[in-house]
Design a protein around this ligand. Structure first.
Ligand code: TRP
Length: 446
């Protein structure tokens, strides 16, 4: 432990990096897709509730552990919990590996789409185009290029890489997205789109699977359950106000998801394509949205290019945080040098993603296993850890936030409400999880 730990240059820099982690494909693509599939406004409300009552407490728990220990996940959990809790940290790192592997493949698609919008426009058969982009050697290539960019940023370090990139890219993303939402408001289908998106119907909300899906989405979108926020918080100074930071990050994350819906739904309804979104899973928006952009003529090209550029930007800042979890674990745990760690792990993850770039079923299975199951499991572990194991989390979180009175409430959420609910979600995932695991194992034996 020779060198002192790196630190963010400013509070704003940390916020942009953390929001950059949270805002990604999950907000702009998975959120709209899930909302379309699950009946619009009811899902949005459910998602907001999940963010507030499950996501926020876990986020605050991650920030508390990370800042308190000033270490990456494995070391941080050991610091507050002893040797055995290293296992939970290991689960976090494994999740980081797997999620980034397939996430980078999808990010590669978004780069292709952004370029297509800029160069040729979205004409032609959207389904065929998606098939050609999503799998095969080209998909591998763009996945590798995207991983290269991610590695490049993480090599630059906390201030010189992660923070600097987030400070430029996140404001860019906000401007693009708001611009697109304003434009979408002028489309002929805007009213119908808004109605679908915002009209509240209680009927859809009582479905247990929808509940579980909303919780999973909240976790994924907020980058929780695998120590990403924990790692970022380990570079925070002790006087930072953690409740405020978590509110700002969660608020921005929800805001971006919400505004993305204000872009996607008017576009879909303007062209009568809303029925098609619920059809397939991974490719839904990648097929339907470009179809809409193509029919919008010249404007559609510009809008499409901007939309996919925003996706690329969101994906990059998220991928950075995923890689940083693993990299910082090696730096802290084994004393590796940052450049070497980033390069070696980047190569490993790039290789791990190749099967996902060759087969979307593998990609979906990896998403179910790591992007949903591991995150829930990790969130459960962390809630129990901070709720029951850690000696004085309230004292820890109070530093920098002395005026806050409700920390005991937070502790009880972590002790009972969050674990109870996550157990239920894990239980309701069992079938899709079993299918994913047998799928992955079967694919490996072929
Ligand atoms: N939150 C990102 C998104 O919405 C994805 C992501 C980045 C993530 N880092 C993470 C998900 C850590 C879970 C854990 O696209």
């Amino acid at each position: 432990m020779a060198q002192p730990r790196e630190q963010w240059a400013s509070r704003f820099g940390f916020i942009m990096a953390a929001v950059g982690s949270a805002v990604g494909l999950g907000n702009m693509w998975r959120f709209s897709y899930l909302t379309a599939e699950n009946g619009g406004a009811a899902f949005v409300v459910l998602y907001l509730l999940m963010t507030a009552f499950i996501g926020l407490p876990v986020m605050l728990a991650e920030l508390t552990v990370g800042r308190g220990a000033r270490r990456s996940p494995i070391g941080a959990l050991q610091h507050f919990g002893g040797e055995r809790w290293r296992l939970l940290g290991a689960l976090f790192v494994a999740a980081g590996f797997l999620i980034l592997a397939y996430y980078s493949v999808i990010a590669g698609w978004t780069v292709r789409y952004a370029l297509i919008g800029l160069i040729d426009g979205f004409g032609g058969d959207a389904g065929e185009r998606f098939a050609a982009i999503a799998t095969g050697p080209r998909a591998v290539l763009w996945h590798l290029l995207f991983m290269g960019a991610t590695v490049g940023v993480v090599m630059g370090g906390v201030r010189g890489g992660i923070e600097r990139v987030a400070l430029v890219l996140m404001p860019l993303l906000f401007v693009i997205l708001v611009g697109l939402a304003v434009y979408a408001a002028t489309l002929p289908g805007a009213a119908a789109g808004y109605r679908y998106y915002l009209e509240f119907e209680l009927a859809g909300i009582w479905d247990m699977d929808v509940l579980a899906e909303a919780a999973g989405q909240a976790f994924f979108s907020l980058s929780l359950g695998m120590g990403a926020m924990l790692t970022f918080a380990s570079y925070l100074p002790r006087e930072s106000h953690l409740p405020n930071e978590s509110l700002v990050v969660a608020g921005a994350d929800f805001g971006v998801a919400f505004v993305s819906g204000l872009v996607v739904f008017p576009v879909l309804f303007a062209l009568g394509l809303q029925e098609q979104v619920g059809d397939s899973t991974v490719g839904a928006l990648f097929i339907t949205l470009p179809t809409a952009f193509a029919e919008m003529g010249a404007a559609g090209r510009v809008v499409g290019a901007f939309f996919f550029t925003a996706l690329v930007v969101g994906a990059l800042t998220s991928a950075i945080s995923l890689l940083e979890v693993v990299v910082s674990s090696l730096i802290d745990g084994l004393g590796w040098e940052r450049h070497h760690a980033a390069f070696l792990i980047g190569v490993t993850i790039a290789l791990l993603g190749i099967p996902a770039a060759l087969d979307t079923d593998v990609l979906s299975a990896m998403d179910t296993l790591a992007g949903q199951f591991f995150l829930m499991l990790g969130g459960l572990g962390l809630a129990l850890f901070v709720g029951w194991r850690m000696a004085d989390p309230e004292g820890e979180v109070r530093a920098g936030a002395e005026g806050v009175r409700w920390f005991f409430l937070w502790r009880w959420l972590l002790r009972l409400v969050v674990p109870g609910f996550l157990l239920f979600v894990l239980w309701s995932m069992r079938e899709s999880l079993a299918a994913a695991v047998t799928g992955l194992a079967g694919g490996g034996l072929e």
